[in-house]
Every structure is written in structure tokens, then in C-alpha cells.
Design a protein around this ligand. Structure first.
Ligand code: ADP
Ligand code: MG
Length: 276
């Protein structure tokens, strides 16, 4: 049987201080609406991410995945609650917790290598070492031979790989990824997923990964957090192991379990929308 652990069963951050790389504690986010009301985008989100863990956030659109990721990135402040990294409160963006967005935001006027070198330039790494490391990271993502190409000479999938190499070049403690592959066609997406799985084994990176593909989450994660909407919150957590991934029947069972949680979230929304 697939074990289904709800977020309510999990210990909150203060019970597991040693291993929590990221601790999200009681995070609530409200936005003021044009009509003067308050819109609650996230309510009391509690979860921890262990060092080297790969956690996916899955949920219907509008459930607050991007908002939560941006709060962890320090790009937005929570209305209440806090996020700790290694026990220190995150108060702003920084190179130790970088975000890779769907729009990979490479600099079009720079070569591929110069894009990968950029975070090292900011960090004050010398020219020769920068170049050497950029070439190494480009090798890791299968872009050997493209170092001196311009961004516009690369396909979308290759640009996303260059963005991954740039993310690795930051050597962040935590990599935050917001639907990084959703713009890719199906085949490119498979290639990028394989690449990320492999990179992750090599770098042992802690990753929080937003996707709305259940299969992508199952393929890549150690743990999947399913979010619900109105208000956005974590409703269930599922553990995934390599052993489970090796057994098609258990994957099918897990996929079904996740979808049944998601359906419970999505169907009432659709019905409410039909009524209005
Ligand atoms: N700056 C903002 N002002 C007002 N509402 C916002 C803002 N950012 C996000 N929201 C709302 O918060 C909810 C969650 O958004 P988001 O985090 O982008 O969801 P997701 O990434 O899961 O699709 C949505 O209903 C969105 O409209
Ligand atoms: Mg989003």
C-alpha cells in the first residue's frame, strides 16, 4: 500500500531542527484586492525540507505554488509566519537560494558560457576559474561545444539546460524551480527530467520543484506535497522512493492516490465556477 501521510501528521519545524534545511513555519500570505477585501493566497503553511531532499509542490493553478516559492526565495514577504534556511530567517533574495523560472531569463547579449559565468562574476571568482567551472557545468548539462554560442543560437530545451548550468554555478544551498519545464515540448521535457535527475544525484542539491505534472513529480521527487486552493495550503504529503519508481503497479497506485486528492480540490472549484 502507498502510505499517505497528511501534512497534519508531520512534525512541524521546531520538532526537527537538525535536519531541516528549509523550515516553513505558519506562512500565511494575504493580498489586498481592488475592492478593498483581503484575498488569502496561502494559509498557515508548515513544512520542512531536509538537506538534499527533492520536494515537489503540486496543485491546481492559483493554489499559491509560485507565491510560496517566492516567499522561500525571499522575493516576497509572508503576511505572517517565517521561513528559515539552516535555522536563519530568510529575509531577502540571495545566491544561496536561487530560483529557476519557467522563463529562464538568460542574458541574450552574452554567450552561453558568459551566462553561466555570471553568478561567479558577481561572487568575485577570477576569470580563469570562472571559465573552467562554466565549461564543467556546461558539460554536466550536455552543452559541451556550445560555450561560445549566443543564446539565440540555442533551441528552447538547450536554453533551459544553460539556465540549469547557471543555477548550478551559483552553488546554492537550495535550488527553487518554478515549473521550469512546462514550456518544453514532450520529448524535450523527458530529456530535461532525466538531466535533472542525474544532476541531482551528482550535486546532491536540495530542491523545491513546482510542477503541475503529477508524473513529473513522481519521477523526480523524494516527497510530493499536494496543495489545495481557496485558501492555498498543503493538504497531503506523499513519499516516493527509487524502489517505488521501479514498480509500475506502485507508481500507478501513487498516481491514483495523488489524483484523488487533486480531484477533490478541483471538482468543487469547477462546480462553483459553473454556478457563477
Ligand atoms: N501580487 C498579487 N496580488 C494579488 N493577488 C495575487 C498576487 N500574486 C498572486 N496572487 C493570487 O494568489 C493566488 C496564488 O497565485 P500563485 O502563487 O501564482 O498560484 P500558482 O502558482 O499555484 O498558480 C492566485 O489566486 C493569484 O491570483
Ligand atoms: Mg505559478
Amino acid at each position: 500500500m502507498t502510505s499517505v501521510v497528511t501534512s497534519a501528521d508531520r512534525p512541524v519545524a521546531k520538532d526537527v531542527p537538525q535536519q531541516a534545511k528549509i523550515a516553513i513555519e505558519g506562512v500565511t500570505k494575504e493580498f489586498a484586492t481592488e475592492t478593498g477585501d483581503t484575498f488569502v493566497a496561502l494559509t498557515k503553511v508548515n513544512c520542512t525540507v531536509a538537506d538534499r531532499e527533492f520536494v515537489s509542490l503540486v496543485g491546481p493553478s492559483g493554489c499559491g505554488k509560485t507565491t510560496l516559492l517566492e516567499i522561500v526565495a525571499g522575493l516576497q514577504a509572508p503576511t505572517s509566519g517565517r521561513v528559515l534556511m539552516d535555522g536563519e530567517e530568510i529575509e531577502g533574495p540571495g545566491p544561496d537560494h536561487v530560483v529557476i523560472f519557467q522563463q529562464y531569463a538568460l542574458f541574450p547579449w552574452r554567450t552561453v558560457a558568459a551566462n553561466v559565468e555570471f553568478p561567479m562574476e558577481v561572487a568575485g571568482v577570477g576569470r580563469a576559474e570562472r571559465r573552467e567551472r562554466a565549461l564543467e557545468y556546461l558539460g554536466m548539462v550536455g552543452l559541451d561545444g556550445f560555450a561560445d554560442h549566443h543564446i539565440w543560437q540555442l533551441s528552447g530545451g538547450m536554453q533551459q539546460r544553460a539556465a540549469l548550468a547557471r543555477g548550478i554555478a551559483c552553488q546554492p544551498k537550495v535550488m527553487l524551480m518554478d515549473e521550469p519545464f512546462s514550456g518544453a515540448d514532450a520529448i524535450t521535457r523527458e530529456i530535461l527530467q532525466d538531466l535533472l535527475a542525474r544532476l541531482r544525484k551528482e550535486t546532491r542539491q536540495t530542491i523545491i520543484f513546482v510542477t503541475h505534472s503529477v508524473d513529473e513529480a513522481i519521477r523526480l521527487s523524494d516527497r510530493i506535497m499536494v496543495m489545495g486552493t481557496r485558501p492555498g495550503r498543503i493538504i497531503s504529503t506523499f513519499d516516493v522512493t527509487d524502489d517505488l519508481r521501479d514498480h509500475g503497479d506502485r507508481v500507478t497506485e501513487l498516481r491514483e492516490a495523488i489524483w484523488s486528492v487533486l480531484r477533490n480540490e478541483i471538482v468543487p472549484i469547477a462546480e462553483a465556477e459553473e454556478r457563477t
